[in-house]
Design a binder for this molecule. Structure first.
Ligand code: FES
Length: 167
């Protein structure tokens, strides 16, 4: 996504929300992340100008809260529940397996950028713990074997698309 495109979405947000006071900083950062999937440098810089706030302050606030991301999401998003019920049911082992298999970087993206793994609190499905959401779909009672099956299926789809010249 080009910086010009990102900036235009920020402009649209600013036009929708006429209150450009500094106490709008966090709500606007949240909204940009909803729309873009992450906070780009271009978006944060544009927001800083619009709110008449130093860019360093915007970065400071954004990096203080771990709800914000600074890299684009991968093609597939895995929300890994690390809530109490899932923790008791070995979600840490799932996390470690994802880390190894996908070669996750500190930003949660896989080395090939196909996957983003987000560690989240309770997904509200404790009765089927441990749980992940994969591209918005819930998968419960997960084991490492079931997780591998899901990832293998996505790999097969990817290779098939590449062979068909779609990817
Ligand atoms: S703790 Fe994982 S769904 Fe509730």
């Amino acid at each position: 996504m080009s910086p010009v495109h990102e900036a235009s979405r920020v402009e649209a947000l600013l036009a929708e929300r006429p209150d450009h006071s500094r106490d709008q900083l966090i709500p606007m950062l949240q909204e940009i992340q909803v729309r873009e999937g992450y906070l780009s440098q271009a978006a944060m810089t544009e927001l800083a100008v619009a709110l008449d706030t130093p860019v360093a302050s915007v970065y400071g606030v954004a990096t203080f809260y771990n709800q914000f991301r600074f890299a684009p999401l991968g093609t597939h998003v895995i929300e890994l529940c690390r809530g109490t019920a899932c923790h008791v049911k070995q979600s840490l082992a799932l996390q470690q397996h994802l880390q190894r298999r996908l070669k996750l970087r500190p930003d949660g993206n896989s080395a090939d950028k196909r996957f983003t793994v987000l560690k989240v609190a309770c997904l509200g499905a404790c009765s089927i713990a441990p749980v992940i959401k994969l591209d918005g779909e819930f998968y419960g009672h997960l084991t490492i074997e079931k997780l591998d099956s899901l990832l293998d299926a996505l790999d097969r789809d990817c290779y098939a698309a590449e062979e068909a010249g779609v990817a």
